[in-house]
Design a protein. Structure first.
Length: 255
């Protein structure tokens, strides 16, 4: 079986000095490809260097995380442009984060629109972070109708109805991670109503480790644990979850 982790942060300080070992553990667990989320200039160089050390295994995104959007966000986006030549497979992680940063909501929406245009212009999918901003997200999508956007909502924890509403705006997937394994996680019920053909696996490592690893550093090697829970909830085999979610990742990210 082969798995893809569609959202990880190996350049995070939590992995300092252990990045290559974490990649090796993931590959040994059957997670043969991992996509590195980008959050801004702080760790972009290190992230891309990691991808260059592991060609065909690590793939980079390019984007400005909404929590890093400040008054100088246009300078941050200008700094992104030279990296487009280095082959990012998506524009991400971009989006709206109102839980921690409601005060920059208007700036976040402006930065999001520009990055969506960047994705359109370069024919790339988008990887979306969305927290406590669902209606503003859909308002932005209304403004961007006709742009031919496609992508996924990472760390998806919304309802099946939100997933269905997303489909009005193109080819959209959801990233399902460790939260699926948490006790009383409502996504465990909603995921039953989301087609497997629209589900991606992810860790968001080093965050959101699945049960029974909660409270420890998450790693891409834990993807099979998430996949097994998804298989249980969907009533299908682990092999089917591996095959379909891998194909979904290949289709969306062209990896």
């Amino acid at each position: 079986m082969e798995f893809v982790d569609t959202h990880t942060h190996l350049a995070d300080e939590a992995f300092a000095g252990e990045e290559d070992a974490a990649v090796e553990r993931a590959v040994a667990a059957g997670v043969t490809r991992m996509i590195q989320a980008d959050t801004g200039t702080a760790d972009r160089e290190e992230s891309y260097a990691l991808c260059e050390r592991h060609p065909g295994v690590l793939f980079p995104m390019l984007g400005l995380y909404p929590g890093n959007v400040t008054e100088n966000w246009r300078d941050e986006l200008d700094a992104m442009l030279p990296w487009l030549s280095k082959g990012p497979v998506a524009i991400g992680e971009i989006g709206l984060e109102y839980h921690y940063y409601p005060e920059t909501a208007e700036l976040q929406k402006e930065a999001l629109k520009v990055q969506l245009e960047l994705a359109r212009d370069h024919g790339l999918p988008v990887n979306i972070h969305l927290r406590e901003a669902t209606e503003d997200w859909f308002a932005v999508m209304e403004e961007c109708r006709g742009m031919g956007l496609r992508g996924n909502l990472h760390a998806f924890s919304a309802s099946a109805e939100v997933f269905e509403r997303m489909q009005r705006y193109g080819e959209w997937y959801v990233g399902i991670g460790g939260v699926l394994t948490f006790k009383n996680a409502h996504i465990a019920e909603d995921v039953k109503r989301i087609p497997l053909e629209r589900i991606l696996l992810e860790t968001d490592s080093p965050y959101l480790a699945p049960t029974p690893f909660r409270g420890t550093r998450n790693e891409s090697a834990h993807i099979p644990v998430i996949a097994a829970k998804l298989a249980e909830l969907k009533g299908v085999s682990l092999e089917e979850v591996a095959a379909v979610t891998t194909r979904n990742a290949e289709t969306l990210f062209s990896i």
